[in-house]
Design a protein around this ligand. Sequence first.
Ligand SMILES: Cc1cc2nc3c(=O)[nH]c(=O)nc-3n(C[C@H](O)[C@H](O)[C@H](O)COP(=O)(O)OP(=O)(O)OC[C@H]3O[C@@H](n4cnc5c(N)ncnc54)[C@H](O)[C@@H]3O)c2cc1C
Length: 591
Amino acid sequence: SIAAKQNETYDYVIVGGGTSGLVIANRLTENKDVTVLVIENGGIDDRPATKIPALAQANTENYYPLQSAPEPFMRNRTWRVSVGNVVGGGTVINGMQFDRGADADYDAWEELGNPGWGWKGLQKYFTKFVTFQAPSKEVTKKFNITYDKSVYGNGPVKVSIPSFHFPDLKDALRSWKEDEDVPYEVEGYKRPVGVFWTPNTIDNTTKERCSAKTAYYDPIKSRPNLRLLTNTHVDQILFEDKGKKLTAIGVKATTSGSSSPASFYARREVILAAGAIFTPHLLMASGVGPAKVLSAANVSVKYNLPGVGANLQDHPALYMAFNVSNLSFPNPSTRRTNATYEAAAAAEYAANKTGPYTSAGNNMLAFPPFKYVSEKYEAIKSAFLNQDAASFLPDSYSKGSTLLNGFLEQRKILASRYLSSDAAVSEHIVNAGGGATLALQKPLSRGTITLNSTHPHAFPIVVRNAFQNPVDKAVLAEAVRFNRRHYTNAPSLRKFSPVENVPGAEAVTDDDIFEASMEKAILNPSFAHSSGGCSMMPLEFGGCVDHELKVYGTKGLRVVDASIMPLIPAQHLQATVYAVAEKAADIIKGT
Ligand SMILES: Cc1cc2nc3c(=O)[nH]c(=O)nc-3n(C[C@H](O)[C@H](O)[C@H](O)COP(=O)(O)OP(=O)(O)OC[C@H]3O[C@@H](n4cnc5c(N)ncnc54)[C@H](O)[C@@H]3O)c2cc1C
């Protein structure tokens, strides 16, 4: 990497060369008179392991060595906090699953007081960043793949449905079509409520991962008005008191291996794109955040903003599984259990870019409306609407606080989505074997990111507080029961004689299901979908940025990444991050 030089000035300094940082850098430098510096903690990783679809989640060297604090409602266990430490960020290490949230999920953002951020205002950005590459006619016919290319655009991110699928996926698809309650959608990117095929972020022309780096950085990296500084950590945002408002004027950063930090200045703006965990951390370490948290860590408070590090959300995931017989060859466990097959698959990919290695593993998802998952949907909605909300939230959500007020607004909106036919409360991954992974999409528990009080610049303290709200446990159990019914009743699955392995049919009550899942270590508070933490909401709702993504109480400082999502959408997050970043670029440019 280029060594950090002292006292450099750019129009924009972007913190984080991950997913959103690279989108913004690309769009701003389309104007050759605008100069942009991107500072990224990680390096460039072009090794095959980052590109081969079948190895999607295997390149763990590109993760930060970050663990959660003990989860108080999950037996005080800790889990990895998954964040990419590499140019391209999450899109270089993610599972390549590509889908979007329901219209109603984004409309919820607008209902929370963010004009322009409903589906109507976002739709064109969901189209702008992506191109769909259709599978061959032969594969489409063989697996009954359906899609509608017209809902995608002509953008830099290439997504495709691979040619390789396990033969039993056909039965899995049929089993969902047999379920009359769950609508089959021809194209999930058009309407992601029901069951549908989904592409992966794989460029079908190269059969390699398409990431923010390959889509937004590589093609324009020689622009003279763009500089990417890698292996460099931004330690602090530099502020000046210009008149009444705290103004961001640059950042202090340290390049790996160098002993002294350097300062980089922004004529126009500092843009934080360090992701849902590190953006709130950097704000707090720089003096913007909850006064209590900052003071406890001896960080002087420049602006007391309670929303920084609050409202952290994810999709708690349960790796439910059935023992199945009579699977075809190959099936989802063949690569793991058959070394000869695995070696042949690697060799085939190396020679021809065909075969199992062209697949990232999953191309079918189910997001059923809650009324189809649970007969108790109305009772569950009423149960959480009648709760004393503060009893099931972190201490910072005290009575009368802006954070609590914001949560109460969210809760009203969530209540309507729990009843809706146009939104989903759980995700069920469709698998050609016994895997029946499910994830909660609209949790009521909220996590926090706070400073390490003795070392505020060290990794932050991340607690998801998953399952603090007992309603999340009830929904988890209903989603498990839904999967049980599906595997028991679907005629197309009978030939596999499914028998529940984990959590196990003996787990009957909500508590049994939760405890058995904990016991068998199949529950994770995170699906690697960290979001919120610096949410876009009005200040009186505990927001952190306004609807132009400007940090409250400051000038010249915006946030553009997954941390601004006020409510997590029902999906895997990357498409939303890309769309948010594209919209943010237009806002910043004033177009
Ligand atoms: C393991 C994993 C699997 C996932 N699977 C999927 C999937 O299959 N499908 C899907 O749609 N989504 C998936 N996601 C989610 C999706 O990839 C992320 O939500 C998205 O990439 C986040 O984008 P971002 O811009 O908010 O942050 P990031 O892409 O994480 O970018 C933040 C960048 O900032 C850098 N940074 C942080 N702090 C500093 C600092 N102080 N100084 C300098 N640089 C800094 C980081 O190194 C990083 O590169 C997954 C995520 C992970 C981690």
